[in-house]
Design a protein around this ligand. Sequence first.
Ligand code: PLP
Length: 380
Amino acid sequence: MNIDTKCVHGNNEQFKTDNTGSISFPIYQSATFAHPALGQSTGYDYSRSQNPTREHLEKLVAALESGHDAVAYSTGMAAVSALMEIFSPNDHIIASDDLYGGSIRLFNKISEKNGLKFNYVDTSNIPAIKNLINKNTKAIFVETPTNPMMNVTDLKEVSKLAKEYNLLLIVDNTFLSPYFQKPIELGADIVLHSGTKFLGGHNDTLAGFLVLANEELTEKIKFISKTTGAVLSPFDSWLIIRGIKTLSIRMRQQEQNSLKLADYLKNHSKVKKVFYVGLKDHPSYEVSIKQTTGFGSMIGFEVDSEETVKHILSNISIIKYAESLGGVESLITYPMTQTHADLTPEERENRGINEKFLRFSVGIENVDDLIEDLQYALGE
Ligand SMILES: *Cc1c(COP(=O)(O)O)cnc(C)c1O
């Protein structure tokens, strides 16, 4: 079945909890479930362990990602936090050096305190990853394309390395979604999502996912999730199910808009650099076309001065100056003071994030309107 159809119908299994013919999956707004008799269960006991609406969403996301199963969390960070619980003190994780700011904050401020060790490296450089592997290394944590510089890691290559050293390969697939990239098919063991972004798609719901490639990991993660408890509510699960129904058409429209906008920005005199994987001169273009079916809709760009940044952020009108990404509404973020504010100036500088750098999440609006909005905001 094509992913367009899967987004709407999942694996097209009959809803096992419902015989009304309901087209929309019901919201089971119940904390607990009655047992028919001693030693019997309907399959549901208590919603922290499992809830039918959340389960339906989890099966859907697992199907889209070609995973064995998935767990839905209240936020993307709740998903990463739960994931860190599979590790023990002194375990070593090698991570991309250009990660989502919240993931870096979690690793440095909380996971390190709990005894985990991290090294950051450009994961598009496979020998550099190999150099960092030691006897305590347990996992490679990759974000591709990275946030916000859009560096791409060759997933097949990194998965070969992970298998050779018996390491877990974890991929944050938030930026492309399963519509454009399926890391498990390329050898990943765990896929992570901020469902707040493309999966939900409407800037109205927080959610997170871990997709597991096999039964053993599923058991581990489900045990941690019911124990630590940051699972997704029935209503929010339903909102994400509804969001995913239009994932395909949103992703296509957002990408089409992005290709045009990246071109527009590239030719603008006040724009100095454009980071979009869909531009042929992006260093990651070749790897990208090998392992994805699209470039997504995240554009990083650097303008000529901080003054221009200020002018843009005060004068955009259809495009909003706001954190987050992946929704139908176009948003511009200033990583310096928003997503990457907690990094040290040096960490930011190493990643190329400076006072002239902006991140653009392109929505589904008409592209001519977006260009007009930018034209005005850029001051021409
Ligand atoms: C937003 C984001 C997260 C965190 O997800 P939340 O839903 O905001 O908690 C993790 N990784 C990436 C790439 C993100 O963009």
